[in-house]
Design a protein around this ligand. Structure first.
Ligand code: ZN
Ligand code: ZN
Ligand code: ZN
Ligand code: ZN
Length: 165
């Protein structure tokens, strides 16, 4: 039973995958005249269907949207280690705060004089800052749910970076 439900999940995921951006489609899901699906974000960028080059319909794919509404979507940062799943309307909220989302170097964002190509997640950010930009790390603190590192640039605290443990 366990493996059967996993198979169905895999099939649903493959059906929900947008052929253009490879993200999982969420309502509204758009149809072309030949029945191909595309996500609404990609629909805005394209004049015709990327699969058959025919036009899109203004009709939405109600059946697939129904499946999508019931479906639990994996977080887009799955490849970086996030194991959480969410209903389609809760996903954006999580992804904006996901601990595994990829950040650019907080020190480089803070100061125009720092060139740094680092990217990584929250838990890696603290080590990166401590090891590479220690001169800018001015304060470290913790609240109930998060810890923070204050970055100081030319004597001005111009950014607080919240780093989860
Ligand atoms: Zn798309
Ligand atoms: Zn098509
Ligand atoms: Zn996540
Ligand atoms: Zn850096």
């Amino acid at each position: 039973m366990q493996s059967e439900s996993t198979d169905i999940e895999q099939i649903i995921l493959s059906v929900l995958e947008c052929p253009v951006c490879m993200e999982y489609m969420r309502p509204p899901i758009i149809l072309c005249v030949n029945g191909h699906n595309i996500c609404h974000t990609c629909r805005r960028k394209l004049d015709d269907c990327p699969t058959c080059r025919k036009r899109f319909l203004s009709t939405r794919c109600v059946g697939l949207e129904k499946v999508a509404r019931e479906f639990k979507y994996p977080c887009t940062y799955q490849q970086f280690g996030c194991k959480e799943v969410f209903a389609h309307d809760k996903l954006d909220e999580h992804q904006a705060e996901c601990l595994y989302r990829q950040l650019t170097c907080p020190a480089a964002r803070c100061s125009p004089h720092i060139q740094c190509d680092w990217t990584g997640n929250y838990s890696e950010a603290r080590n990166h800052l401590m090891e590479n930009h220690l001169e800018m790390c001015s304060d470290y603190g913790e609240t109930e749910s998060r810890s923070f590192l204050a970055l100081c640039f030319h004597g001005w605290y111009n950014k607080f970076v919240f780093i989860y443990d």
